[in-house]
Design a protein around this ligand. Structure first.
Ligand code: F1P
Length: 325
């Protein structure tokens, strides 16, 4: 499958991203402003969320909304006074993303894989050529994220990440592929709940989408401890709970026990196992780049669930690579 090849290309995506970032900053005298509004559709929207969070964290204000909300319901959102609109689209041809560029009267920035309608229409374009055959976004998500985080750090006068190091840590995570396949094949779960907090929450959302897109499979995502407030009633012996966490503390262990008490099984993805049934270790890397190391894990999970269900994740039913209208 193209999808599998593309997931395995995550480390290469880091280098593609680094090259795109370096080319961009050498050819443009550009700094990201303090207040930035991010938008996209589907995976590109879930990518806009951690970018907005990182912007807020790194001495600024970031906000994200799906393109369609920006177009038709923006009066309901605290958009603030953005100085730049960043539209994200792998294809650069998604109707809503192209239209969203015109939603506000501010400078426009495109983050995309191609010279496209979006890149040509925007005032600035960061083209990260992590191109994909599959309908679903995998390594392109990672590459777009890393390239933009580098640009953000550079814009704030902060030290950028060592791309070679991030690439080798990503390779280490790819080494977990067989273990992930065994977990998926060893437990025939009927539904899956992804949990993440802070910048790992949008990773949980992306994981939920990957499961739906690739494996046509029932999945949910919550901010980690929010799941206890009603939502956990659906978890039983047929449930896999995937806990994404850099540094677990007591509450994570308690949460794991609570789910195990309901006969659900817990998979921790992170630095320590927090008492879970399964554990995928992710090497240490400071936020916001740590996100990069979780992405191949959630992509492999969805991929192997799809294969187990006899589906072709390259061409999921009812979906198309570019959504136009
Ligand atoms: C956005 C998107 C993808 C999704 C599917 C349909 O595409 O929603 O995230 O996986 O392929 O399109 P794009 O605007 O990033 O090209």
């Amino acid at each position: 499958h193209a999808t599998l090849r593309e997931i395995r290309r995550n480390p290469e995506g880091i280098l593609i991203a680094q090259r795109a970032f370096e080319e961009f900053v050498t050819s443009h005298d550009f700094r990201l402003p303090r207040e930035v509004l991010y938008t996209g559709c589907g995976s590109s929207h879930f990518l806009s969320q951690p970018l907005a969070m990182a912007t807020t964290r790194l001495a600024g204000r970031g906000f994200s909304a799906p393109c369609s909300e920006l177009l038709y319901s923006r009066e309901w959102y605290p958009i603030g006074r953005p100085e730049l609109l960043v539209a994200i689209s792998r294809s650069g041809e998604t109707t809503e993303a192209i239209k969203a560029l015109d939603a506000l009267n501010v400078p426009r920035f495109a983050l995309t894989a191609y010279e496209s309608t979006l890149s040509k229409k925007a005032d600035y374009a960061l083209i990260v050529p992590a191109t994909e055959e599959s309908v679903v976004m995998t390594h392109s998500f990672t590459a777009f994220y890393f390239a933009f985080i580098q640009l953000l750090l550079h814009s704030r006068g902060l030290e950028t990440y060592d791309a070679g190091l991030v690439k080798s840590l990503t390779e280490e995570v790819l080494g977990r592929e067989e273990h992930i396949r065994e977990i998926v094949n060893g437990f025939d779960f009927r539904n899956v709940i992804f949990l993440g907090s802070g910048i790992l929450y949008p990773v949980a959302l992306e994981a939920m989408l990957k499961m739906k897109e690739m494996a046509l499979f029932w999945s949910e995502a919550y901010q980690t401890f929010e799941v206890r407030h009603g939502f956990k009633s659906i978890a039983d012996g047929g449930t896999l709970v995937v806990l994404l966490v850099d540094e677990p503390f007591k509450w994570h262990e308690k949460l794991t026990k609570e789910f195990q008490g309901q006969k659900a099984r817990v998979l921790t993805v992170g630095r320590h196992d927090a008492g879970a049934d399964y554990f995928i270790e992710v090497p240490g890397l400071s936020p916001p780049a740590n996100v990069v190391l979780y992405l191949p894990v959630i992509q492999f999970l969805a991929y192997y669930k799809a294969v187990e269900r006899g589906l072709n994740p390259d061409r999921p039913r009812f979906l198309s690579k570019v959504v136009t209208w």
